[in-house]
Design a protein around this ligand. Structure first.
Ligand SMILES: Cc1ncc(COP(=O)(O)O)c(C=O)c1O
Length: 412
């Protein structure tokens, strides 16, 4: 009964979201994966659709989700240890596959230790719960991912203990650091490595040099944290992401296995002591079942592949296809945001035009994300294309061709 009353109010709220243009559209359902064939890369079938689709909206940058070795690793682990852990980590829910993945990812990002989480989202929440205190001050980029912003709220960080600098604005970062009061013992500067809607990156080397100047002012120093969920595995000559691209390694690295590595799960990598504290204090680590052993074994295999010759070839193709796409946009005079990352935004700068183009691409078997007002400010409307290592030259040419035939002009 009570739920019927609540539902009425919730229905009004959903209608309001729809009126404001903020409601999420119905979810499309993928029914199958068609492996690459000849000149074309993988395609996907969708419920209710006859044609197959080219995904230009997947975070799976190395395209490993359907890799036979990942599937075999998940299968072997499942046969050995089962489909679920049966308990949280500290109540005998820790299996050899969890430990192996933690050691492997720590080595991959060149940190002494790591803890794995169900997602990067819960890793960010776990980090804030671990290191925040009444005398901790947090400073972050204005465009940080929702999981970082939510993590602050979950950890109960008061607004007086927070500073936000304009996107990649290093003068404002300095001003935020200058504004921290003498009562503060610990400052944490946290930022995305790759900003996922724009494909641009944090200037880590500059951030480290600025924060280094202030570290002596506070008892626990100025701790730097990068969430490189879209960077790790996706670029840099060895797939080390923004750290490799920009130079300098922040104190703490957060990442995901659910994007470039094609699996699921997140991690925090840092010093051995900090990771032990995560194990003691991060509620999103302690009070929830861990990843399945299948996820862990597949993620470990993905890291191994990334470090192999095959991984080198995938990264090379990813880079070349990204360049091909960016060059094609440039030649057609279509506006984008410059950068080396496989997230390539196309700036349309109009809501109706963005919707029309997303529909035009869909009608031609291409999936992309459109960002329209009021989700982004008027004038910033765009489409986000994501290249992955399984895209072929013919796939990219096809997307450019369809874009060029769009009935809507999106030139610079
Ligand atoms: C910076 C950043 N952090 C965290 C996440 C969430 O990753 P996960 O799916 O592993 O929770 C994303 C992905 O959208 C992201 O861009």
């Amino acid at each position: 009964m009570a739920l019927a009353q609540l539902d009425k109010t919730l229905q009004q709220e959903i209608l309001a979201l729809q009126r404001e243009g903020r409601a999420k559209p119905p979810e499309r359902v993928i029914t199958g994966y068609l492996p690459p064939e000849g000149e074309r890369g993988p395609r996907y079938t969708l419920q209710g659709e006859k044609k197959a689709f080219l995904r230009m909206n997947s975070n799976s940058y190395l395209s490993l989700s359907n890799h036979p070795q990942l599937i075999a690793a998940a299968d072997t682990a499942t046969h050995r240890c089962g489909v679920g852990p049966g308990a949280v980590r500290f109540i005998d829910g820790t299996f050899i596959y969890h430990q192996e993945l933690e050691q492997r990812v720590a080595q991959f990002v060149d940190k002494p230790a790591a803890k794995i989480f169900n997602s990067a989202y819960t890793a960010n929440c776990g980090l804030a719960l671990t290191i925040s205190s009444k005398t901790t001050h947090w400073i972050g980029d204005q465009l940080n991912h929702n999981s970082i912003i939510r993590a602050m709220r979950i950890a109960g960080v008061p607004s007086a203990n927070k500073g936000i600098y304009g996107h990649n604005d290093m003068d404002e970062l300095r001003r935020c650091l200058d504004a921290v009061g003498p009562e503060i013992d610990r400052v944490v500067v946290i930022f995305d490595g790759i900003f996922s809607m724009r494909g641009d990156y944090a200037p880590i080397d500059t951030i480290l040099s600025i924060t280094g100047e202030y570290s002596g002012k506070f008892r626990d120093g100025v701790i730097t944290v990068v969430d490189d969920s879209h960077g790790i595995g996706a670029y840099g000559a060895a797939g080390r992401g923004t750290v490799e691209y920009s130079g300098g390694s922040p104190d703490i690295i957060i990442g995901t296995f659910g994007k470039a590595f094609g699996v699921n799960g997140g991690f925090i990598a840092a010093s051995t002591t900090l990771i032990e504290m995560v194990r003691q204090k991060a509620d999103t680590y302690i009070y929830t079942n861990p990843l399945s052993v299948a996820d862990c074994a597949a993620a470990t295999k993905a890291l191994d592949i990334c470090d192999s010759q095959e991984g080198q070839a995938l990264l090379q193709n990813l880079k070349q296809r990204t360049q091909q796409f960016r060059r094609g946009l440039e030649q057609s005079g279509i506006e984008s945001i410059a950068g080396p990352h496989p997230v390539v935004p196309v700036m349309v700068r109009d809501t109706a035009k963005t919707r029309a183009l997303v529909n035009h691409l869909y009608a031609n078997g291409i999936l992309v994300v459109g960002l329209t007002f009021p989700v982004v400010p008027r004038g910033d409307e765009s489409m986000r294309f994501q290249i992955n290592a399984a895209h072929t030259p013919a796939d990219i040419d096809y997307v450019l061709e369809v874009l060029a035939k769009g009935t809507v002009t999106i030139k610079k």
